[in-house]
Design a protein around this ligand. Structure first.
Ligand code: PHE
Length: 343
């Protein structure tokens, strides 16, 4: 009997000192003390060892202990609810809410939007066209008749069911579609996906994206082309970047040029990105060839124009420090979600 009383006193101390901060601890308390294998039940079982003359007293003490434990249990439950709740409700307004994942824009889209928005400020509108093109729009009208050697400049995917159909190798095909509409002047931008039959590697892919531009009006000159592109470079890469034009060849422009900017990674002193030359090639451009204008029923004696075209992946890779072009099309969420905050 003595032992029993001592034990109960100790238990009471332990119970009184007990405090909880979450529901799991309340449940642990219940299991430890009031559960089917709990201490209260066990100590009740000791009644059988109590001498007959003490049974009544022991029963009273044990019942009182049981009540004591149950009351404590109710109290613990109550502290938890009063601590955390708005009166009468179990909603805890201090808990953080469920995060709603925010989608992100693809880096190619971010770069395209940036390029497009610069030219839009100069009055260029956006035009789009089909990715499966006929030979005429992708090659013929662009001064690349059948068997023209320059067709090899862009390895082409042919659509097997119809030899006249190709996956467009550049968005110049959309330029033709715009000119054919016969509405002049034209000041258009053609962003889109293009396809070339190239081996896929970290540096090149069999599909990628371009933005091409076209401006046709009376008296458009090479000086207009240069000023337009100077503005673009200044907006895109900053006013300290230098620009140079190198003579080049495209069948659909004459004269043709390629434009380089001083390397914006090393500032022109020479690094891996610019292959130690200090210059990075950005785009191809030129004055629209008179044959191309005639092919679209535009009088080359009255109208002139310029065109340019640039890839989107390469500048995006430089801007975001991406070293493998394949990442753009693998849809790996770990890659894509990094661009949430990028603009
Ligand atoms: N179509 C060319 C290419 O894909 C780019 C270009 C467009 C060059 C317009 C000159 C003028 O490489």
């Amino acid at each position: 009997m003595e032992d029993l009383l001592k034990k109960i006193e100790e238990y009471k101390h332990e119970i009184t000192a007990f405090n909880v901060t979450d529901e799991k601890q309340v449940e642990d308390f219940r299991i430890k003390w009031l559960g089917t294998k709990g201490i209260v039940k066990a100590i009740m079982g000791e009644m059988k060892n109590v001498a007959a003359e003490n049974k009544k007293e022991a029963g009273r003490i044990l019942n009182e202990f049981k009540l004591f434990t149950e009351t404590k249990f109710e109290e613990l439950k109550a502290t938890l609810t009063t601590n955390n709740t708005v009166t009468g409700s179990s909603i805890d307004l201090t808990l953080p809410g469920n995060a709603i994942p925010v989608g992100s824009r693809h880096p190619v889209v971010l770069m395209r939007n940036k390029i497009v928005s610069i030219f839009q400020r100069l009055g260029f509108a956006v035009a789009e066209g089909p990715e499966i093109e006929d030979d005429w729009h992708n090659f013929g009208a662009l001064n690349l008749p059948e068997h023209h050697p320059a067709r090899d400049m862009q390895d082409t995917f042919y659509v097997q069911t119809n030899p006249d159909w190709v996956l467009r190798t550049h968005t110049s095909s959309v330029q033709i579609r715009e000119m054919e509409k016969g509405k002049l002047p034209i000041r258009m931008l053609m962003p889109g996906r293009v396809y070339r039959n190239e081996t896929v590697s970290a540096r090149s892919h069999c599909f990628f994206h371009q933005v091409e531009g076209l401006y046709i009006d009376e008296n458009v000159s090479f000086a207009d082309l240069k000023q337009t592109l100077y503005f673009f470079v200044k907006e895109m890469y900053g006013k300290d970047v230098k620009v140079r034009f190198r003579p080049s060849y495209f069948p659909f422009t004459e004269p043709s040029a390629e434009m380089d900017v001083s390397c914006f990674i090393c500032g022109g002193s020479g690094c891996n990105i610019c292959k130690k030359t200090g210059w990075v090639e950005i785009l191809g451009c030129g004055m629209v060839h008179p044959n191309v204008l005639s092919n679209c029923n535009i009088d080359p004696n009255k109208y002139t124009g310029f065109a340019f075209g640039m890839g989107i992946e390469r500048p995006a890779m430089l801007k975001y420090g991406i070293n493998d072009i394949r990442l753009f099309s693998e849809n790996d969420v770990r890659f894509l979600k990094q661009f949430t905050a990028a603009t």
